[in-house]
Design a protein around this ligand. Sequence first.
Ligand SMILES: Cc1cc2nc3c(=O)[nH]c(=O)nc-3n(C[C@H](O)[C@H](O)[C@H](O)COP(=O)(O)O)c2cc1C
Length: 302
Amino acid sequence: MSHSRPFYVAFAPLQGYTGAIYRQAHHLCAGGVDEYYTPFLRIERDAVRGKDLRDVAPAACEGVPTVPQVIANGGDEFARLCDALQGQGWNRIDLNMGCPFPMQVRAGRGCGLLQHRERVEEIRREMLRRSDVAFSVKMRLGQESETEGEAIMSIVNAMPLLHVTLHPRLGRQQYKGEADRDAFIRFAQRCQHPMVYNGDLTEVSQHEWDALHIKGVMLGRGLLARPWMLCERDPQEVVGEMHALIYRHATTRLCGDSQILAHLHAFWEYLDIPHRLKKPIMKATTLSRYNEAVANYTKKIS
Ligand SMILES: Cc1cc2nc3c(=O)[nH]c(=O)nc-3n(C[C@H](O)[C@H](O)[C@H](O)COP(=O)(O)O)c2cc1C
């Protein structure tokens, strides 16, 4: 059975990996993605982090279908983050209720929000006040147990959402164990919003999902590993072109080899290329060694 609407494919937000320049490079050199989610914007020291705001500045996202994501511990933080984004002209916002990082969970954000019905309800009310914004939610099954997601289902169902993206793991699992597809199905059966599946995908095989009637899938690490996965282009060309853009950005915007290299290493870290070629790139501690290692990769491959 085929879908009457196109199958939606999203690039997952990955803090430290999918910043504006990466999203732009992927969109220009590979593509095949309907929407790119940004790593979450957060409140820190009572203000929206400037670094986060720069990553979603309209100029940085120009031409790339982008969904800014926020993480909040309740209605107040959520409202402040939405105000900041709406002030930049955004009318599409994703809420993170799935981050398992202990610092965020302890602060009642991400997965830590799932245990607080009243806080989720505050956020729902904030969403309703902002009828000009299209919202979505990205979440896990719960922090400690699947019952947490079930307990807030009625509130999630009453939120005005385009879709819910579910990563079917618990927060306390972080990334261990298998993504639980049966739990995804149980959730999808009770959720009244269109569903997007996220977790451990290394390819998009729509037929696999047809019976579930889901809206689409979101890919994270699988797409970092094989950014060429959704296009017909030669993998090496994609890597070479993406790297050229990211390299130019890093070397013109950042200062000092270590800062530049930290940024560049993130591009290679998950990439699915032979270990013997990746190792010298990752080990380089100076830009000149790095350039040599990258040149060696290009030469050996071609
Ligand atoms: C290093 C790292 C950073 C992440 N940052 C975010 C984030 O900012 N917001 C978010 O919703 N999820 C974040 N995630 C979770 C991913 O978006 C995704 O849900 C998870 O990696 C599972 O999908 P995958 O198996 O396709 O990678 C992060 C995951 C990793 C490994």
